[in-house]
Design a protein around this ligand. Structure first.
Ligand code: HSE
Length: 400
């Protein structure tokens, strides 16, 4: 009998207990062995929960119990989640997690410690909620070199942007609804400021390149400055605004960033709405592949956590090769200034652009003038924006 402990009985932790219980018979049939949840660690008590009797308050009860071989960490935040995960791995227990903050900052180290102790550290639920994307990237795309990743990686912000666009709801109302639905982070600033998406895109970029960037080091913009004028301009120009995590993998390095973009309506990412996430990967052999599904929420995210538990149980007698990745060094990081794409400039009046800047399209919305300019680098864009000054109300990168 495999004994499992759950760290954190919040949205995803309670969902994990539910999935393990609700689908117990079918999972055990598939595995050919049985399991049970032995402990749930939380600061609170849950007298009304069917799992209430499993709650313990002292992490050492789990750490020192040799019967527990798999620990599911769903505490959120870096500490003590990292410290507990590390202690479990060092004690010879495999760890699965939905915690993208820990994976994006300490994933390489925790995988190394797991390998040193003959156990595993898996994190399918850390990106894309219920969408299978980590394991497919490691296994099913292993014959490829991934070149670019573009993803809608945060359910809360995609829900907010969709509500604002389709229902005219305010930013605050939409965020509050996303919180009620259990999509948002404990501190929703991590969602709306793009930090959660940054953690996720560095994880995907690392699987693609073998180099884990620090999420704090990448260019990150959120959605808090998006206005209804911007939404209307996007619509007039044939775009929809999405918060996009973008990674480019070169033969000798990697670059990742998060920003709102005007996405061409023909791009499949433009049609991913509500809490859904989508990850569009371009690889050198398969071409474009897209992963789509619920990017947040209790049972979808728990479904991915339990997939990792099943993977560990199914392969418990095998030596599974650890992920080939390392923390990115300075020479692995490609300059953000050199990144090029088309830009939309939303201006108070027609902008006086230099002759070498090619305008591809323009429109007027509510007295504002918007132009789409041909590919420019980040460095050149900064020069243009400085020269145009207050004329520019907003600017967006595009995604074709
Ligand atoms: N707050 C996250 C989101 C949860 O909204 O996508 C899933 O990682």
């Amino acid at each position: 009998m495999i004994k499992i402990a759950i760290l954190g009985f919040g949205v995803v932790g309670s969902g994990t207990a539910e999935v393990l219980t609700e689908n117990k018979r079918v999972i055990e049939e598939r595995l050919g062995c049985s399991y049970s949840i032995k402990y749930i660690l939380d600061l609170r008590d849950f007298p009304d929960s069917p799992f209430g009797d499993l709650v313990v308050h002292d992490f050492n009860t789990i750490l020192n119990d040799p019967e527990v071989s798999i620990v599911a960490e769903m505490m959120g935040g870096s500490h003590p989640a990292y410290d507990f995960s590390r202690a479990c791995l060092e004690a010879g227990k495999s760890v699965v997690t939905s915690n993208k903050e820990v994976v994006s900052n300490f994933g390489v180290e925790l995988c190394r410690i797991a390998a040193e102790h003959g156990v595993r550290y898996l994190f399918e639920a850390s990106v894309g909620g219920g969408i299978p994307v980590i394991r497919p990237m490691i296994n099913d795309l292993a014959s490829n070199r991934v070149r670019t990743v573009n993803g809608i990686l945060n359910g809360t912000t995609n829900y907010i942007l969709t509500q604002m666009r389709d229902c005219g709801s305010s930013f605050a109302e939409s965020l509050s609804e996303a919180q009620k639905l259990g999509y948002a982070e404990a501190n929703p600033a991590a969602d709306v400021e793009g930090i959660d998406a940054a953690r996720k895109i560095v994880i995907l970029a690392a699987l693609a390149s073998g180099k884990l960037l620090s999420p704090k080091s990448i260019h990150t913009e959120g959605i808090t400055n998006i206005t209804l004028l911007d939404t209307a301009v996007a619509d007039a120009l044939g775009y929809t605004i999405k918060l996009i995590g973008h990674a480019e993998v070169y033969d000798d390095g990697v670059m990742a960033m998060v920003s709102p973009r005007m996405v061409t309506k023909a791009n499949p990412l433009a049609n991913i709405d509500g809490v859904f996430n989508g990850i569009l990967i371009t690889a050198n052999m398969v071409g474009d592949v897209m992963f789509y599904g619920p990017g947040a929420g209790k049972l979808p995210t728990a479904s991915a956590v339990v997939a990792d538990i099943i993977d560990i149980i199914a392969n418990r007698d095998k030596a599974v090769k650890p992920i080939a990745w390392e923390d990115a060094k300075a020479e692995d990081i490609k300059s953000f200034d050199d990144y090029v794409c088309r830009r939309v400039l939303i201006c108070q009046s027609a902008p006086a652009l230099p002759n070498d800047v090619k305008v591809l399209k323009s429109c007027e919305v509510n007295g504002a003038v918007a132009v789409v300019i041909d590919t420019v680098s980040e460095a050149r864009t900064s020069q243009l924006l400085a020269a145009l000054g207050d004329t520019v109300i907003a600017t967006y990168r595009t995604l074709a």
